[in-house]
Design a protein around this ligand. Structure first.
Ligand SMILES: [Zn+2]
Length: 288
Protein backbone atom coordinates (compact mmCIF):
# COMPACT_ATOMS: atom_id res chain seq x y z
CA UNK A 1 0.00 0.00 0.00
CA UNK A 2 1.46 3.35 -0.98
CA UNK A 3 2.44 5.43 2.04
CA UNK A 4 3.46 9.09 2.25
CA UNK A 5 6.84 8.79 0.43
CA UNK A 6 5.35 6.82 -2.48
CA UNK A 7 2.49 9.30 -2.86
CA UNK A 8 4.93 12.21 -2.62
CA UNK A 9 7.05 10.71 -5.41
CA UNK A 10 3.93 10.39 -7.59
CA UNK A 11 3.05 14.01 -6.73
CA UNK A 12 6.50 15.26 -7.75
CA UNK A 13 6.30 13.33 -11.04
CA UNK A 14 2.81 14.60 -11.84
CA UNK A 15 3.63 18.16 -10.90
CA UNK A 16 6.65 18.04 -13.21
CA UNK A 17 4.83 16.44 -16.15
CA UNK A 18 1.21 17.68 -16.17
CA UNK A 19 1.30 21.04 -14.39
CA UNK A 20 0.07 23.76 -16.79
CA UNK A 21 -1.38 21.29 -19.29
CA UNK A 22 -4.86 21.78 -20.76
CA UNK A 23 -7.29 18.87 -20.72
CA UNK A 24 -8.77 17.84 -24.08
CA UNK A 25 -11.20 15.27 -22.73
CA UNK A 26 -11.78 12.70 -20.03
CA UNK A 27 -13.00 9.11 -20.29
CA UNK A 28 -14.36 7.19 -17.34
CA UNK A 29 -13.39 3.66 -18.36
CA UNK A 30 -14.64 1.88 -15.23
CA UNK A 31 -16.41 3.94 -12.59
CA UNK A 32 -16.26 1.21 -9.94
CA UNK A 33 -13.68 2.12 -7.31
CA UNK A 34 -14.06 2.45 -3.51
CA UNK A 35 -16.51 5.23 -4.39
CA UNK A 36 -18.13 5.42 -7.84
CA UNK A 37 -16.38 7.97 -10.08
CA UNK A 38 -18.92 10.75 -10.64
CA UNK A 39 -19.92 11.67 -14.20
CA UNK A 40 -18.99 15.27 -13.22
CA UNK A 41 -15.33 14.29 -13.48
CA UNK A 42 -15.77 13.96 -17.24
CA UNK A 43 -17.95 17.06 -17.64
CA UNK A 44 -16.10 19.48 -15.32
CA UNK A 45 -12.53 18.72 -16.37
CA UNK A 46 -12.97 19.19 -20.10
CA UNK A 47 -10.97 22.14 -21.53
CA UNK A 48 -9.62 23.02 -18.08
CA UNK A 49 -6.01 23.53 -17.09
CA UNK A 50 -4.00 21.77 -14.35
CA UNK A 51 -2.69 24.41 -11.93
CA UNK A 52 -0.71 22.32 -9.46
CA UNK A 53 -0.43 18.89 -7.86
CA UNK A 54 -0.29 18.86 -4.06
CA UNK A 55 -0.41 16.18 -1.39
CA UNK A 56 -2.08 15.82 2.01
CA UNK A 57 -1.30 12.60 3.94
CA UNK A 58 -1.72 9.83 1.33
CA UNK A 59 -4.03 11.91 -0.88
CA UNK A 60 -3.08 13.54 -4.16
CA UNK A 61 -4.73 16.90 -4.81
CA UNK A 62 -4.78 17.87 -8.47
CA UNK A 63 -5.87 21.51 -8.61
CA UNK A 64 -7.79 22.57 -11.71
CA UNK A 65 -8.30 26.19 -12.84
CA UNK A 66 -12.11 26.14 -12.40
CA UNK A 67 -11.65 26.08 -8.58
CA UNK A 68 -12.09 22.34 -8.47
CA UNK A 69 -9.68 19.74 -7.11
CA UNK A 70 -9.34 16.15 -8.11
CA UNK A 71 -8.83 14.20 -4.89
CA UNK A 72 -7.07 10.90 -5.59
CA UNK A 73 -6.33 8.10 -3.13
CA UNK A 74 -4.28 5.21 -4.50
CA UNK A 75 -5.76 2.65 -2.07
CA UNK A 76 -3.78 -0.62 -2.19
CA UNK A 77 -2.84 -0.86 -5.85
CA UNK A 78 -3.75 2.45 -7.51
CA UNK A 79 -1.21 3.57 -10.10
CA UNK A 80 -0.97 6.59 -12.32
CA UNK A 81 0.70 6.36 -15.69
CA UNK A 82 1.52 9.15 -18.11
CA UNK A 83 1.72 8.08 -21.72
CA UNK A 84 3.11 9.97 -24.65
CA UNK A 85 1.17 8.56 -27.61
CA UNK A 86 3.30 10.25 -30.27
CA UNK A 87 6.63 9.03 -28.90
CA UNK A 88 5.19 5.74 -27.55
CA UNK A 89 6.74 6.38 -24.15
CA UNK A 90 5.33 5.65 -20.71
CA UNK A 91 6.62 7.80 -17.88
CA UNK A 92 7.17 6.05 -14.63
CA UNK A 93 5.56 8.12 -11.90
CA UNK A 94 6.37 5.98 -8.87
CA UNK A 95 9.17 3.71 -7.75
CA UNK A 96 6.98 0.73 -6.94
CA UNK A 97 5.88 -0.58 -10.28
CA UNK A 98 6.62 -1.29 -13.90
CA UNK A 99 5.05 0.43 -16.82
CA UNK A 100 3.50 -2.61 -18.45
CA UNK A 101 0.00 -2.64 -17.00
CA UNK A 102 -3.24 -4.40 -17.83
CA UNK A 103 -5.76 -2.23 -19.65
CA UNK A 104 -8.69 -4.03 -18.04
CA UNK A 105 -7.76 -2.37 -14.73
CA UNK A 106 -7.84 1.15 -16.18
CA UNK A 107 -10.47 3.39 -14.58
CA UNK A 108 -9.87 6.92 -15.81
CA UNK A 109 -8.13 8.48 -18.78
CA UNK A 110 -7.37 12.18 -19.08
CA UNK A 111 -6.19 13.32 -22.52
CA UNK A 112 -4.26 16.55 -22.80
CA UNK A 113 -3.96 18.81 -25.85
CA UNK A 114 -0.22 18.07 -26.13
CA UNK A 115 -0.98 14.35 -26.74
CA UNK A 116 -0.03 13.19 -23.25
CA UNK A 117 -2.48 10.90 -21.46
CA UNK A 118 -2.92 10.26 -17.78
CA UNK A 119 -4.25 6.81 -16.85
CA UNK A 120 -5.50 5.75 -13.41
CA UNK A 121 -5.15 1.97 -13.07
CA UNK A 122 -6.21 0.00 -10.00
CA UNK A 123 -6.16 -3.82 -9.80
CA UNK A 124 -7.84 -4.15 -6.40
CA UNK A 125 -10.10 -1.08 -6.69
CA UNK A 126 -9.59 0.26 -3.15
CA UNK A 127 -8.51 3.66 -4.43
CA UNK A 128 -10.86 6.49 -5.34
CA UNK A 129 -11.18 9.67 -7.39
CA UNK A 130 -13.44 12.54 -6.35
CA UNK A 131 -13.92 16.01 -7.80
CA UNK A 132 -14.55 18.62 -5.13
CA UNK A 133 -14.58 22.40 -4.82
CA UNK A 134 -11.09 23.61 -3.87
CA UNK A 135 -12.56 25.89 -1.20
CA UNK A 136 -14.28 22.92 0.49
CA UNK A 137 -11.12 20.85 0.62
CA UNK A 138 -10.18 21.37 4.27
CA UNK A 139 -13.66 20.48 5.45
CA UNK A 140 -14.02 17.47 3.20
CA UNK A 141 -14.72 14.24 5.14
CA UNK A 142 -11.55 12.50 3.89
CA UNK A 143 -9.26 15.34 5.01
CA UNK A 144 -11.08 16.86 7.97
CA UNK A 145 -9.66 14.76 10.82
CA UNK A 146 -6.11 14.31 9.65
CA UNK A 147 -3.24 15.03 12.02
CA UNK A 148 -0.21 17.13 11.06
CA UNK A 149 2.06 16.27 8.16
CA UNK A 150 5.07 14.43 9.61
CA UNK A 151 7.51 16.51 7.57
CA UNK A 152 6.00 19.80 8.75
CA UNK A 153 7.10 21.84 11.78
CA UNK A 154 3.80 21.06 13.53
CA UNK A 155 4.95 17.47 13.98
CA UNK A 156 7.43 18.12 16.78
CA UNK A 157 8.37 16.93 20.28
CA UNK A 158 5.89 19.20 22.06
CA UNK A 159 2.97 18.08 19.91
CA UNK A 160 3.82 14.39 20.10
CA UNK A 161 4.40 14.41 23.85
CA UNK A 162 1.04 16.10 24.44
CA UNK A 163 -0.79 13.52 22.32
CA UNK A 164 1.17 10.54 23.71
CA UNK A 165 0.38 11.49 27.32
CA UNK A 166 -3.34 11.52 26.58
CA UNK A 167 -3.40 8.19 24.75
CA UNK A 168 -3.75 4.63 26.08
CA UNK A 169 -2.75 3.10 22.75
CA UNK A 170 0.44 1.24 21.99
CA UNK A 171 2.87 3.31 19.92
CA UNK A 172 2.41 1.10 16.83
CA UNK A 173 -1.34 1.71 16.62
CA UNK A 174 -0.85 5.34 17.61
CA UNK A 175 1.49 6.11 14.70
CA UNK A 176 -0.78 4.20 12.30
CA UNK A 177 -3.72 6.41 13.35
CA UNK A 178 -4.07 9.21 10.77
CA UNK A 179 -5.57 11.61 13.31
CA UNK A 180 -2.29 11.79 15.28
CA UNK A 181 0.06 11.97 12.32
CA UNK A 182 -0.95 11.81 8.66
CA UNK A 183 0.50 9.61 5.94
CA UNK A 184 2.32 6.84 7.80
CA UNK A 185 1.47 3.19 7.16
CA UNK A 186 2.67 -0.22 8.28
CA UNK A 187 6.06 -0.29 6.53
CA UNK A 188 7.29 3.08 7.76
CA UNK A 189 5.93 2.73 11.31
CA UNK A 190 7.84 -0.56 11.71
CA UNK A 191 11.00 1.08 10.42
CA UNK A 192 10.61 4.22 12.57
CA UNK A 193 10.17 2.18 15.75
CA UNK A 194 13.21 0.02 15.00
CA UNK A 195 15.37 3.06 14.35
CA UNK A 196 14.06 4.62 17.57
CA UNK A 197 14.75 1.39 19.57
CA UNK A 198 11.14 1.28 20.82
CA UNK A 199 9.03 -1.86 21.23
CA UNK A 200 5.87 -1.50 19.09
CA UNK A 201 3.70 -2.67 22.02
CA UNK A 202 4.86 0.11 24.36
CA UNK A 203 1.97 2.26 25.62
CA UNK A 204 2.41 5.87 24.53
CA UNK A 205 2.02 7.56 27.94
CA UNK A 206 4.97 5.48 29.20
CA UNK A 207 7.34 6.83 26.55
CA UNK A 208 10.30 8.79 27.88
CA UNK A 209 11.10 12.24 26.46
CA UNK A 210 14.18 10.96 24.63
CA UNK A 211 12.05 8.27 22.97
CA UNK A 212 9.49 10.80 21.78
CA UNK A 213 12.36 12.90 20.43
CA UNK A 214 13.73 9.88 18.60
CA UNK A 215 10.35 9.14 16.98
CA UNK A 216 10.03 12.71 15.65
CA UNK A 217 13.60 12.77 14.37
CA UNK A 218 13.54 9.30 12.78
CA UNK A 219 10.12 9.77 11.19
CA UNK A 220 11.38 12.80 9.30
CA UNK A 221 14.71 11.17 8.46
CA UNK A 222 13.24 7.91 7.12
CA UNK A 223 10.51 9.62 5.08
CA UNK A 224 12.95 12.11 3.54
CA UNK A 225 15.40 9.35 2.64
CA UNK A 226 12.69 7.31 0.98
CA UNK A 227 11.33 10.26 -1.01
CA UNK A 228 14.86 11.07 -2.16
CA UNK A 229 15.56 7.49 -3.25
CA UNK A 230 12.15 7.18 -4.92
CA UNK A 231 12.69 10.42 -6.74
CA UNK A 232 16.09 9.34 -7.99
CA UNK A 233 14.73 6.01 -9.21
CA UNK A 234 12.13 7.67 -11.45
CA UNK A 235 14.36 10.43 -12.78
CA UNK A 236 16.20 8.17 -15.20
CA UNK A 237 13.17 6.29 -16.37
CA UNK A 238 12.67 6.38 -20.08
CA UNK A 239 10.87 3.89 -22.29
CA UNK A 240 9.00 0.86 -21.08
CA UNK A 241 11.11 -1.08 -18.60
CA UNK A 242 11.16 0.01 -14.99
CA UNK A 243 13.31 -0.47 -11.94
CA UNK A 244 11.79 -1.41 -8.63
CA UNK A 245 11.93 0.77 -5.54
CA UNK A 246 15.30 1.15 -3.95
CA UNK A 247 13.94 1.84 -0.49
CA UNK A 248 12.73 -1.76 -0.12
CA UNK A 249 16.35 -2.87 -0.19
CA UNK A 250 17.16 -0.68 2.78
CA UNK A 251 14.33 -1.89 5.04
CA UNK A 252 15.68 -2.88 8.46
CA UNK A 253 12.76 -4.91 9.89
CA UNK A 254 9.67 -4.84 7.68
CA UNK A 255 8.91 -8.28 6.15
CA UNK A 256 12.15 -9.74 7.60
CA UNK A 257 10.68 -12.34 10.01
CA UNK A 258 13.34 -14.76 11.41
CA UNK A 259 16.14 -12.94 9.62
CA UNK A 260 19.12 -11.58 11.54
CA UNK A 261 18.86 -8.10 13.01
CA UNK A 262 20.82 -5.67 10.83
CA UNK A 263 22.31 -3.81 13.77
CA UNK A 264 25.98 -4.82 13.80
CA UNK A 265 26.31 -5.35 17.54
CA UNK A 266 23.09 -7.40 17.81
CA UNK A 267 22.76 -11.17 17.35
CA UNK A 268 18.95 -11.19 17.57
CA UNK A 269 16.38 -12.23 14.99
CA UNK A 270 13.44 -10.21 13.73
CA UNK A 271 10.12 -11.26 15.27
CA UNK A 272 6.69 -10.91 13.70
CA UNK A 273 3.63 -10.28 15.83
CA UNK A 274 0.12 -9.00 15.15
CA UNK A 275 -0.86 -5.58 16.46
CA UNK A 276 -4.23 -4.13 15.47
CA UNK A 277 -4.58 -6.84 12.78
CA UNK A 278 -1.40 -5.68 11.07
CA UNK A 279 1.98 -7.43 11.05
CA UNK A 280 4.59 -5.87 13.25
CA UNK A 281 8.27 -6.67 12.82
CA UNK A 282 10.79 -5.89 15.55
CA UNK A 283 13.95 -7.01 17.30
CA UNK A 284 13.35 -7.59 21.00
CA UNK A 285 17.04 -7.09 21.79
CA UNK A 286 17.11 -3.63 20.21
CA UNK A 287 13.56 -2.44 20.91
CA UNK A 288 12.56 -2.11 24.56
ZN1 LIG B 1 18.62 -6.19 17.16
Amino acid sequence: MPELPEVEVVRISLDTIICGLKIKNVDILNKKLRYIISANVKKDLKKQKIISVKRRAKFLLVNIDNNKTLLIHLGMTGKIFILDRTKKVTFKTSFYYYSNFLRKHNHLRIKFFNNLELIYNDVRKFGFIKLIKTNDLNNHSNLLNLGPEPLSKSFNFKYLKFKCLKSQKNIKNFLMDQKYVAGLGNIYVNEILFKSSINPRKITFKLKDFEICAIVKNTKKILKKSIKEGGSSIRDFKGTSGQDGYFQQSLMVYDRENQSCKKKTCKGKIKKINIGNRSSFFCKNCQK
